[in-house]
Design a protein around this ligand. Structure first.
Ligand SMILES: *Cc1c(COP(=O)(O)O)cnc(C)c1O
Length: 416
């Protein structure tokens, strides 16, 4: 059988296999779509809210209502949704700096956090202005071999100076399960059972709208995410959000701008409409992207590759990890995804030393928003065990075509 005939067959089988699963996902989309619409309705979102402010941005009613709509949809007391956050890392950093003080300890209980956060945490007095440089201690409880939290270690490391417990919902660049909202609730209950006063923070990147509830509805005090991922709906051009307890969101706002002014200022410069519209579209687009991930898992499994999560497993983030046998496979896969793009399909991604990452990374990002990863994209740090991570797709068709182009590219190089 020729490679392209085999690909065609596998794709047909995979689509038949996942049909019921995709229908189930539509019901989650409907649930979340209505939740978002109800939040808009509660605050009577109107055309005049979309006008952006300039200068200080005082009395920007659109910005205030945007915060309220996010808080309502996420079941949180308050939210801070701003185009002034330059990335997810900046948003998470702002939340952490907002609530931690010298002498406090930050304890991550889901193992080593996402690569770009290592420099935010820092290494002691490193002169960079990191948490460590400000005298904030850091510790982590590695996950057990099966990817579950290590309860004994967490209990041991919850010392009196622990002020914030960090949880990363998504796998990031790790071969481990992502944590569902109900698993996050279990962690919150465990930690609060020992230290009710501790602040539980969740890095919610890639998680929004993949389930029917968010971590802030499961007892989490503060969470943060990026607007060029799920909640921006593919429309937000930049930004981030922080949501949770009102007193903590206020502290984060003081860190983003300045103490005393917090979230009361910040010109929206014409971005408000896109942030509202993106949030409205987000449940649907997250659904499209999730379907693409399920399709990719089913296809690669049928071709004999190991995937994480497998197609039929529950999902709580957009990321689909696929384990390849070597660097060439990984590169052919990522370059193939790029070939399906509407934007920049003519360029060939190569591994490079991205700021904030510790290994060379290759990225397929033929996206309308630079680095936007609710859009179809794929990344892989060039390191063993050669795992490719794909996510996103503004349309399910695009995600499917991306997988097809990746397979064809691999077949052309004799790698299938
Ligand atoms: C994307 C991501 C971040 C950081 O976001 P950037 O926008 O790349 O800075 C942090 N944590 C997780 C789990 C992520 O997926």
């Amino acid at each position: 059988m020729t490679a392209s005939k085999r690909i065609e067959e596998v794709v047909d089988q995979a689509e038949a296999l996942i049909d019921g699963r995709l229908k189930e996902m539509d019901r989650t989309v409907d649930h979340n779509q209505w939740k978002v619409i109800r939040a808009f309705q509660k605050y009577q979102v109107s055309d005049f809210h979309f006008a952006g402010s300039t200068g200080y941005g005082y009395n920007d009613r659109g910005r205030e209502v945007l915060d309220l709509v996010y808080a309502e949809a996420f079941g949180a007391e308050a939210a801070l949704v701003r185009p002034h956050f330059v990335s997810g890392t900046h948003t998470i950093g702002t939340a952490l700096f907002g609530v931690l003080r010298p002498g406090d300890k930050l304890l991550y209980i889901t193992g080593r956090p996402y690569d770009t956060l290592h420099k935010v945490i820092g290494r002691g007095k490193d002169g960079s202005g990191s948490l460590g440089d400000w005298g904030i201690a850091y510790d982590e409880a590695p996950l057990r071999g099966d990817g579950s939290p290590d309860w004994d270690t967490i209990r041991e490391k919850l010392t009196p100076d622990t002020r914030v417990v960090g949880i990363q919902r998504s796998r990031g660049y790790d071969w481990r399960p992502s944590f569902t909202v109900s698993q996050i609730k279990e962690m919150v209950d465990f930690v609060k059972g020992i230290r009710p006063d501790v602040i539980v923070f969740v890095d919610n990147c890639y998680g929004e709208f993949t389930e029917r509830t968010e971590p802030t509805e499961a007892g989490v005090d503060l969470m943060a995410g990026s607007l060029i991922k799920n909640p921006g709906g593919g429309i937000a051009a930049t930004g981030g959000y922080i949501a949770g307890r009102a007193d903590l969101v206020e502290k984060a706002a003081y860190r983003l701008t300045a103490p005393g002014i917090g979230g009361e200022v910040g010109a929206m410069l014409g971005t408000t409409r896109s942030l509202f519209q993106g949030f409205f579209l987000a449940p649907h687009l997250v659904g499209q992207a999730l379907k693409g991930s399920v399709f990719a898992a089913a296809v690669f499994e049928r071709l004999g590759f190991e995937t994480h999560p497998r197609w039929e497993e529950p999902r709580t983030d957009l990321i689909q990890a696929i384990r390849f046998t070597g660097e060439e496979h990984l590169i052919a896969f990522v370059q193939g995804i790029q070939k399906a793009s509407a934007v920049d399909a003519h360029v060939v991604p190569e591994p490079w030393d991205m700021p904030g990452y510790e290994h060379p990374v290759i990225m397929a990002a033929g996206t309308f928003m630079q680095g936007g990863s609710l859009e179809l994209s794929a990344d892989a740090p060039i390191r063993e065990p050669y795992i490719g991570y794909m996510q996103g797709g503004l349309t399910y068709s695009h995600a499917k075509l991306g997988v097809l182009c990746a397979l064809e590219n691999m077949a052309k190089r004799g790698l299938l």
